[in-house]
Structures are given as C-alpha cells and as structure tokens.
Design a binder for this molecule. Structure first.
Ligand SMILES: Cc1cc2nc3c(=O)[nH]c(=O)nc-3n(C[C@H](O)[C@H](O)[C@H](O)COP(=O)(O)OP(=O)(O)OC[C@H]3O[C@@H](n4cnc5c(N)ncnc54)[C@H](O)[C@@H]3O)c2cc1C
Length: 424
C-alpha cells in the first residue's frame, strides 16, 4: 500500500489551496491529490469570477474579517488576478443607501469559463512539476480513521493527513463520511431564489461593476452576475431513489468570445430557522418546482408575473419580448405556484428595489428562472481553527461549509495546510 504524508481529495480550489499551501512551506512532503472526475479542478471550471473582499464567499461562522483578509492576501499573491476597474459606483451606492439597500464594494477578477480552464492547466502543471502526484478519475469511498487509510475505487492508500474537499456536489459523500467517523455536524443555511436574465442595456451597472453585490432587507441579495457573453444553465441534483430535481445557475465566457448583449444574476433569500433540515426543505422545494415544470425549471416573464399570469411558449417571442431565453428548455409557467409566498415576496421586493437603483430591470421582457437553490453541506463540529475534524483529518471548502466561492475555498485549503504544517 502506498503511503503519503498528505492525501487531498478534490482538485477544486479548496484542494488546490491546500496543496500549494503545503508546498510553499514544505516542498519535500509526499502529496497525493485525487479527483473522481477525469478532468477536473472543480468549480474553477465555472465562469471563474473571483472575489477578493470580505465577506464575499466567507461564512461568518467560520471566519472573522481579519483572518479572512489575511488569507485572501495570500490567495491574491499566489493567483495574481487582474482586478477589474469599477466606475460610477458612487451613484448606485447613494441610490441604494436611500432605499435601505447596501451595495458592497468588492475587488473582483473574471476569467470566464474558458479562462478558468487555462488557469487549471497551469496550476496542475505547477503541482506536477513540484512532485505532487495527481490521480484523476479516482474516487474516495471510505476512510478508516484508526488505520489512517483511505479506500478509493482503485486502491487503498495510507496517509498521515487527509484533506477532504469534495465541494457542494460531494455533500452527501461528506455527510456519510462524518456519520461513519462519528463526527458531529450541524445543519446549514440554504439559499433559495430566482435567476434573472435581461438585456444588458436594462441592467447597465454591469458595464461599470462586473458582479455588483447588493444586500436587501430580509436576508436577500444579488449573487453571481454574468454578462458580455452570458447564459443560464440547468444543474441536476438528487437521484432516482431520493428524487431528481434541478436548479438553474449562470455562466459567462471570457471577453474573447462574442457578446450576446444579455446579463444574468441570481437574487437569493437565505432561509435559516426554524428548520429541522435546511437541505431537506430545499430539496422539497426543488422537487415541487420539478413537479410543476415537468422535470425542468420554470421560466416566467416579468410582464406576466406582474399581471399574476403564467407565461406560455408564445410569451417568449414577439413584440415586447425582444430576446430569447438562453435556457429555452425551461417550462414557461407561474413561479408563484411553486415558491413559498414569503420567499417570493422577499425576492420580488428586492427586484423592485433594484429597479429603482438601476432603472430598467423590471421591463416586461425580463425573465425569472426558478428555482436557483444553493445548498451548503452540514457543517462539521471543527476541533480547531484549521478545520480539523479528527486526528489528521481536515474537511474544507464548500462541501464542509467553510466557503461559498472560489477564493474562500482556496483560503480554506490554505488554512488547513497551515494546521497540518503546525502539527508536523
Ligand atoms: C455554475 C457555477 C458557477 C459558479 N461560479 C462561481 C464564480 O464565478 N465565482 C465563485 O467564486 N464561485 C463560483 N461558483 C462556486 C465555486 O465553484 C465554489 O465555491 C468552489 O468551486 C468550491 O470549491 P471546493 O474546492 O470546495 O469544491 P469544488 O470546486 O466543487 O471541487 C470539489 C472537487 O472534489 C471532487 N470530488 C467530490 N467527491 C469526491 C470523491 N468522493 N472522491 C474524489 N473526488 C471527489 C469533485 O469532482 C470536484 O472536482 C460557481 C459554482 C457553480 C456550480
């Protein structure tokens, strides 16, 4: 059986942050990184907008501003992002402030889905050149804490330290691992919302500020804005046994691709207490939307929504409806039949406020796609500030609830690496 000083599960930003964090201080460590996908670096493949300001992406239960900013500086020094210039932000800031809305000033870079792939190639080449073994298409199945061995679908591996960073998609896997290893955990917050798609000219702030972060009342916020060459995608969750449901999401290509004149972003409401299980609640909402949409997300034009009417296929062409949805496979319908009133009211209220800050958004042609659901894994009861959940066992990234974005995931990996280095 091969033995490594550190085994890292997941090549997403959390796993990569851990690997580079270890190499920086102890280049002679033997490190194996595995990923169940044949081609991966997790979420770096998705649009790759990176936020370099607290608190974006950092769950405040795991981070304070000082610690996050210290780690963010390290992430930035390593990745050397080209920070995008912002213009005219003061105008929007003041309009927002008058309405009780906060516009956060975030330092951002944007690589796009294709730019992210280039970054991945460079990072993987750097790891390999530094002697890190990377095994793609290898899935972790189990962990034996007593023997410090990991069983994958290919072999058994012994490791002094294990960093598990399986991302949001590995949420069920991580829960099984915590159950099997007797690691206590707590249920987490869930975010439920819509993805809004409109012409860029009706949300022109994106020309001045690529991914503007507005915080509205009732724990509602804008999230993940895409423009220039932007489109909406459908993601599938669950399985036949527990039920399949979908969430929408957004992407954009880098500036090298032709622009399509559209922008999309999510408006999300965080839902916390009093829920026995946030995940189960979100899954039920996803299933309900799938039931109404015949297995697909629902789309509705703002013009129809305002009139309390459902949308039909013909709502997506002609006259006022002057752009085609970028995810046309969605079912035209009535979001109000699926989303709970309290959530929908908060989302619609936020959209109305946003339309007063950036007038034009509520044009009748604007599309609302539902649902956009963000699940965060059950949060382990960590033993220290390095996300250690057992002896030599670190759980990090979106899957473990220590991050909600690329830079915070990378920072989480660095923080776990520091814990390992301290323990050596
Ligand atoms: C469509 C989309 C767009 C996004 N856009 C942005 C954005 O623009 N900016 C931003 O900051 N964030 C964005 N995010 C979120 C971002 O991708 C995540 O916050 C980030 O990738 C989390 O990093 P991670 O390392 O924790 O997990 P991931 O990046 O998800 O990586 C986890 C890796 O672990 C592997 N894995 C899982 N289970 C196992 C197992 N059992 N064995 C082996 N390998 C396993 C997976 O294959 C995966 O490669 C987006 C997410 C999506 C879905």
């Amino acid at each position: 059986m091969n033995k490594y000083d550190v085994l890292i599960v997941g090549t997403g930003p959390a796993g990569l942050g851990a690997a580079f964090g270890l190499l920086e201080k102890k280049p002679d460590l033997s490190i194996l990184v595995i990923d169940k996908n044949e081609v991966s670096s997790g979420g770096l493949r998705n649009d790759c907008k990176m936020n370099f300001s607290w608190p974006i992406g950092f769950p405040e239960v795991c981070w304070d501003a000082g610690t996050a900013e210290r780690y963010l500086r390290r992430v930035e020094d390593f990745l050397l992002p080209a920070i995008m210039e912002k213009k005219n932000v003061g105008v929007y800031f003041h309009r927002a402030e008058k309405l009780g809305v906060k516009l956060l000033e975030i330092r951002q870079s944007h690589l796009g889905t294709d730019g992210g792939l280039e970054l991945i190639k460079t990072l993987v080449a750097r790891l390999r050149a530094a002697g890190v073994e990377i095994s793609l298409g290898e899935k972790m199945l189990r962990y034996d804490a007593a023997g410090k061995t990991v069983v994958t679908d290919k072999r058994e591996v012994a490791c002094g330290n294990l960093v598990v960073a399986p991302g949001r998609g590995g949420f069920a896997f991580l829960q099984d691992l915590m159950n099997a290893s007797g690691i206590p955990y707590r249920d987490n917050v869930v975010d439920i919302g819509v993805r809004v798609e409109t012409k860029e000219e009706r949300y022109p702030i994106v020309r001045d500020y690529y991914d503007p972060k507005f915080l509205f009342p009732k724990k509602t916020r804008t999230f993940c804005t895409n423009s220039r060459s932007a489109y909406v995608v459908q993601e599938k969750y669950g399985d036949q046994a527990s039920g399949v449901w979908s969430s929408v999401n957004g992407h954009a290509w880098s500036s090298s691709r032709p622009e399509n004149g559209l922008t999309n972003f999510a408006i999300l409401k965080s839902v916390t207490a009093p829920l026995a299980s946030g995940q189960a609640y979100a899954r039920m909402l996803g299933m309900q939307a799938a039931l109404l949409g015949g297995g697909r997300p629902i789309m509705q034009r703002v013009g129809d929504f305002r009139l309390g009417k459902r949308s039909f296929a013909e709502s997506f062409s002609g006259d006022l409806y002057d752009f085609e949805p970028t995810l046309p496979s969605c079912t035209p319908g009535d979001i109000g039949l699926s989303a709970p009133a309290k959530i929908l009211n908060a989302l619609w209220n936020a959209m109305k406020l946003l339309d007063s800050i950036v007038p034009g958004l509520l044009h009748p042609s604007t599309i609302m796609y539902y649902p956009e659901i963000k699940l965060y894994a059950n949060r382990p009861a960590f033993l220290d500030g390095h996300f250690r959940a057992g002896e030599g066992l670190y759980l990090v990234g979106d899957g473990a609830g220590t991050s909600r974005g690329i830079t915070a995931a990378w920072a989480s990996g660095l923080r776990a690496a520091d814990g390992i280095l301290e323990s050596l």
